[in-house]
Unconditional design. Sequence first.
Length: 489
Amino acid sequence: MSETLTLRGARPYDGGEPIDVVVRDGLIAAITPQGATDAVGEVVDVAGRWIGPGFWDAHVHFTQHVIRRRRLDLTETRSADDVLAIVRRARAEGAPLTDGMLMGYGFRDGLWPVPATLDALDATVADVPVVLVSGDLHCGWMNRAAAARFGVELDATGVLREGPWISLLHSFDEAAHLPADAYADAADAAAARGVVGIVEYENTDNVSEWSERTSAGLRSLRTDIAVWPDRLESAIAAGYRTGDLVDDAGLVTFGRLKVVVDGSLNTRTAWCWDPYPGMDPGHPHACGLESVPIPELRRLLHRARGAGIEAAVHAIGDRANTEVLDTFAELGMRGVIEHAQLVRDDDFARFAELGLIASVQPEHAMDDRDVADHHWAGRTARAFAFGSLHRSGAALLLGSDAPVAPLDPWISLSAATARSRGDRAAWHPEQRLPLDVALAASVRSALAVGEPADLVVTDRDPYASDRDELRGMPVAATLLGGRFTHREL
């Protein structure tokens, strides 16, 4: 690795003339017209390709992302019968077990014509525990053998949702016994798509686990790590504050307290002002689920603020967003609202007024447009409303929520700017973001002298690329602090 290098003949996204970019000590030291100054250090011929700041994914569950590759793929299923057919075939063919369990990932039951049942899954496979993780991570379908193993009670559906389910997820992660190189491989794959950093929202001891990963040689990503409420007091006792570096490599930064206030759309647990179709309005969860009571949210945020720890709060339904906005306003505290998928018209402007950031995942709008049209009928003009948030002045961050959507910023950019994929027309095209806004919401630095040399080099100009070309953008190189983490030059 050279401490100094010159990227010769690159073209910035803004359509300017080719430039030379000099990198020294991890920073951009100079930007000049091509050939205007003598090259220094290693000279890398960019050959007229395009260059811009490297990407951050603002919402990732990295262990779940890594594990997804090792589970039965249920992402293309459209019914309970589809899922059961895959499970039946996998067991018959001797598919590998994870710690004695047959595990799958990716089903979405929000529009299934026939609901999941415990008896159906048990009739398919009963001799080993079966655990099937939903595509949004908010519920799991289990057989009786799995319920017995983990000591949980299942109703007739066999589906465990929200709090009781989420508490099991980390135990599944530990049981996977992932080798260290599995994480490095996933990080390298992200770098190959131009990613230089992620915001990690796994509910685990992120300080220890990410410090161990970088010590073991994972150097492809910067990582901001979250802390969940059950580890907040230990983090405070250890003296961690938002922005502190926590590893010897200088790549892992202590981030925010993550609090989950409601559920998800597909699980019909997002907390809304109006009941879900077919639900008895008198049912306690007709409008979704309040995962963390608002008084407890207020206490947690107040405690974190006093310790110098910022907050990121998961809010998907419009009732959850209203309540979270109210809580931030009451505390006079800034922070991030994660997802913000359904927002009341009167609440859009409050994001900017309160100095709050909306961290959104554009590909979710593509995945969930049909389930939103059904379960949020009549309200989808304000669902996944990135355009409304931007026009109201809200600051935006883009991410994937991997593994819920692919850890690929180009997919997020395409979804944010086109609101369509495949052969379908744009869904609520008024909610599209301009490309420059989407790009700015996907990076943390700029192509400017003195900025970190966290850079991506592409074979196409994003501004001259259509929807599908953005999704498949060829990445020629990624640099992190001036060091190549991906290189095809």
